[in-house]
Design a protein around this ligand. Structure first.
Ligand code: MG
Length: 368
């Protein structure tokens, strides 16, 4: 029985993980469930699965309380599934890494903001990092479940989001409701908007750089509207391996828990019914968030944290109807221009950078 500590249990990944645990009661159980603010869904999950530890981050009044809670969360688990959304996920990934745990990582910001710190902690404490993001899971599968295998290039596929075909004028008029209509994947609101701006693909490039210990010049993105090919690995001889499947996050979540073993999940592909697969050039020019993310990732240090903090605030404002779609990228760009790069030394320093960049973004958007 694999004991899972699930952080972010009420989000989209968390709820799909609960479905998997329900389906495979003899394989998995929850040793801990944690969420940000909680509510009825959290109470119901705790009631149903009765884990030894139930934790609401909002209840930790002081930093010491939060640290003590993190120890308890991971004490008894075989795998820490980090599915919290945003910068808030980083501290859990670091805590689990420092306890030498196997970490199934669904929180992108852990590697985007804290890649250097996380990778150092993973190595120092003998932790294991397993990708949950569908693209990185695809790469992991193509590399035979090794993060240190040789390859010549990683190619991330992107659906292109709902606005791939729009011109600049049309992009200036799109609403939050338009952005939330993702063509292929069902996900939380923040990541769905990040898929529409293509910021998400920039994040995934940074994630791939850290996960597969490679350089940015070996990572590319291509648009693939059907979201059937989840990513590809190219090798020295020109051979390319792809992983395919219907877009369903339960497959990579489940595989992160069981690999190299596979358990039945959803229906296998019907290729004849699909008919054909399409690939298109990646529209980096039209969607500046992608380039901003990659540039911040290349610069490293504290800048990816600035990028992410500004993005979280800007997407929040866009979802509330307070700024336009193009203003998301403008807010991020201004924040990146305003903050100097510093070496990333500690979580505390990144948390301060995160707070300062959020204040900056709010001032820029609302003038206060
Ligand atoms: Mg993804």
């Amino acid at each position: 029985m694999l004991k899972i500590a699930l952080i972010g249990c009420t989000g989209s990944i968390g709820m799909q993980t609960a479905q998997i645990v329900r389906r495979y009661k003899d394989e998995f159980c929850f040793s801990a469930l944690a969420c940000g603010r909680g509510g009825g869904t959290f109470d119901a999950l705790c009631e149903e699965f009765r884990p030894a530890v139930c934790y609401r981050a909002a209840d930790a009044a002081r930093e010491e309380d939060a640290r003590a809670a993190e120890q308890r969360l991971f004490e008894d688990c075989d795998v820490a599934l980090i599915a919290a959304s945003g910068f808030a996920g980083l501290r859990y990934t670091l805590a689990a890494a420092r306890m030498g745990k196997k970490i199934a990582l669904a929180n992108k910001e852990s590697l985007v903001c804290g890649g250097a710190l996380v990778m150092r902690a993973v190595k120092e404490h003998g932790a294991t990092l397993v990708p949950v993001d569908s693209e990185h899971s695809a790469l992991f599968q193509c590399l035979a479940f090794r993060r240190d295998a040789a390859f010549s290039k990683l190619v991330l596929t992107a659906s292109g989001g709902p606005f791939y075909a729009l011109d600049e004028d049309a992009l200036a008029r799109v609403t939050a409701a338009d952005a939330l209509r993702h063509p292929t994947w069902k996900m939380g609101a923040k990541i769905t908007v990040d898929s529409a701006t293509l910021l998400n693909k920039g994040y995934e490039v940074i994630e791939a750089k850290w996960l597969y210990e490679t350089t940015f010049d070996k990572i590319e993105a291509v648009v693939h509207p059907e979201s059937i090919v989840h990513s590809l690995v190219y090798f020295e001889d020109g051979a390319a391996l792809a992983q395919m499947g219907y877009p369903d996050m339960r497959v990579p979540i489940q595989l992160a828990l069981t690999y190299p073993k596979r358990l039945p999940c959803e229906a296998p592909l019907d290729l004849a019914a699909l008919g054909k697969l399409t690939f298109l050039p990646f529209p980096a020019q039209k969607f500046p968030c992608f380039g901003l993310a990659v540039a911040a990732g290349k610069a490293g240090g504290t800048l990816p944290t600035v990028l992410n903090a500004a993005a979280e605030e800007a997407v929040h404002a866009f979802l509330a109807g307070r700024i336009t779609f193009p203003a998301i990228a403008q807010t991020i760009e201004c924040a990146l221009d305003a903050f100097p790069r510093e070496e990333a030394e500690s979580y505390g320093q990144l948390a301060e950078t995160d707070a300062a960049a959020r204040r900056f973004a709010a001032r820029r958007m609302y003038g206060k």
